[in-house]
Design a protein around this ligand. Sequence first.
Ligand SMILES: NC(=O)c1ccc[n+]([C@@H]2O[C@H](COP(=O)([O-])OP(=O)(O)OC[C@H]3O[C@@H](n4cnc5c(N)ncnc54)[C@H](OP(=O)(O)O)[C@@H]3O)[C@@H](O)[C@H]2O)c1
Length: 286
Amino acid sequence: MGIKVMVTGGSGQVGSELVRSLLNIGGIDDVYAPSSAEVDLTARESVLGAVTSMKPDWIFHVGAWTQVDSCEDNPKRAFAVNGLGSRFIVQGADIVGARVCYLSTDYVFDGASDRPYLEWDPVGPRTVYGASKLAGEKEMRTQDLIVRTSWVMGEYGHNMAKTLIRLAKAGGGCRFVDDQIGTPTVVSDLVKALVELFMDSHSGIFHVSNSGETSWFQVARFVFELLGEDPDRITPVSSSEMGGYKAPRPKYSVLDNFALRGSGINALLPWQESLSGLVLKLSAGS
Ligand SMILES: NC(=O)c1ccc[n+]([C@@H]2O[C@H](COP(=O)([O-])OP(=O)(O)OC[C@H]3O[C@@H](n4cnc5c(N)ncnc54)[C@H](OP(=O)(O)O)[C@@H]3O)[C@@H](O)[C@H]2O)c1
């Protein structure tokens, strides 16, 4: 009998590529990725019903309420989806004997560090979103895998790579913050690492991002240059000049992929290399 896999958030940016990748792996013969209409993470009966009827061996729990600013307005919903939903997934996993891989975020940290965050550094979320994702982490068991990532961009859904391509082609100027430092992560690289970690039976917390660190301003310049557009159309601004966000963005959220390297898994490519591949692919199709 082949491996059966359930994916939450299968319609999202990461989930869409994860499902496609899982379908191409030998030994996996069933991938079930219910939509939020079919299985609502906030409804215990719905989650337990789905898990116990499929009886998956693995659950990739990537579904979450990811609208960082909206989470500030509706903390109860954030904790219901991201915290309680994760508890229900683990309860289902306990019943059927499944392992869980939970996708988490750099927002669990306070953003005040001056060096990349290690997996064991103290957490201290400054947003409701970050606190609710941390609540989800706390529901995981010792046999489960928690992968924290940052600044995700892929082929599906909305993301900064698509916004930058649109702005580059539209002409005119734009502003990007130069005082938020982090690391872009391209979904195809992230998915590869998620699957490798899980197939090798790793558990515990891993940080998985592309290599290097940068600011959104530098990312924007990089994409404009790649598309043959003048990067000087972009003005650097501070987060306080930019304003307009309900949830504070971390000033520094670089994730040290220490556990990944120490477990014999290759570090992800430099962000420039992976992002250029994604941008060229997306812009060729747009
Ligand atoms: N995007 C980033 O920069 C980033 C960075 C770090 C970590 N992460 C984490 O990575 C994961 C995937 O992110 P993403 O960018 O792929 O997010 P996304 O595109 O916003 O997708 C979120 C997914 O979660 C599902 N979902 C939301 N509420 C649900 C509910 N109540 N019940 C069931 N499913 C629900 C959505 O389904 P519907 O479409 O049907 O609502 C969608 O499939 C998340 O756990 C996020 O916290 C993301």
